[in-house]
Design a protein around this ligand. Sequence first.
Ligand code: ATP
Length: 267
Amino acid sequence: PSVLQDSVIQVPKVRWADIAGLEHVQQELESIIIRPLKSPENNVMFGAPPSRKGILLYGPPGCAKTLIAQAMATESNQNFLAVKGSELIKMYVGESERAIRDVFRRARAAKPCIIFFDEIDSIGKSRKDSQDSGLNVVTTLLNEMDGIEALKEVFIMGATNRPDILDSALTRPGRFDAHIHIGLPTGEARKQIFEIHTRKSPLAQDVDLDVLAAKTEGNSGADIKGMCSVAVEKAIADYTQARDAGLNSPPEIRMEHFERSLKKHVP
Ligand code: ATP
């Protein structure tokens, strides 16, 4: 039995269209991952190394790092194996190392496969700051990454909110050697995130997503998703209350529901 309960191999259903405002990241990832896979002869022609093995996504929480890794897997028809760094390090001595080796073994068996290490900083904390167990975990990860041949269809993605505390051995060429910053969404992206997360909901005429986008500066995509859920809850509560009182109220989410969910939310 795997010690990593959550790390099942899956083919995620997330597509680029589900992610707002990160087209530049999509393009960068396609040129790093997909293009060399499709036409390896270009790399030979240009005398470039085969390709990269790992990409680090960094930036504030809730800004689609996980979504991007999942969309990358879906759009390039790869399997996806997700591992949480914090799960790995709470294991007993020796167990974490075994779990890491197990993850790479399973990924090779399921290739083409992307391994996604979320919260990679908890494994990759600078070795000098951590005790012996931390050191072994990082060493095992480095060994496994070195054992992967670029373009041999296992690709590694890592995500962190704390790139500053990562062990520099992890960010060296041949490991997580491309670093992509994923920042807070812009106004236009926030509007799209509202759209994505209300796609299936009946919005009233008065809902103005431009206004909502303008009022949510500094919020992450996850924050906005949360506000949409709260607005829906409030709309349902109003609808049921009106219906129970014998009033005729349409099943819709009005601007006031969003306004109330915004007020409650502290970023
Ligand atoms: P963490 O660092 O906390 O793990 P993360 O950067 O990996 O966060 P995700 O888990 O990918 O963030 O995002 C959380 C949720 O927020 C997503 O499942 C998605 O519903 C929503 N979300 C965040 N950013 C976007 C975006 N740009 N477009 C659409 N949805 C988004």
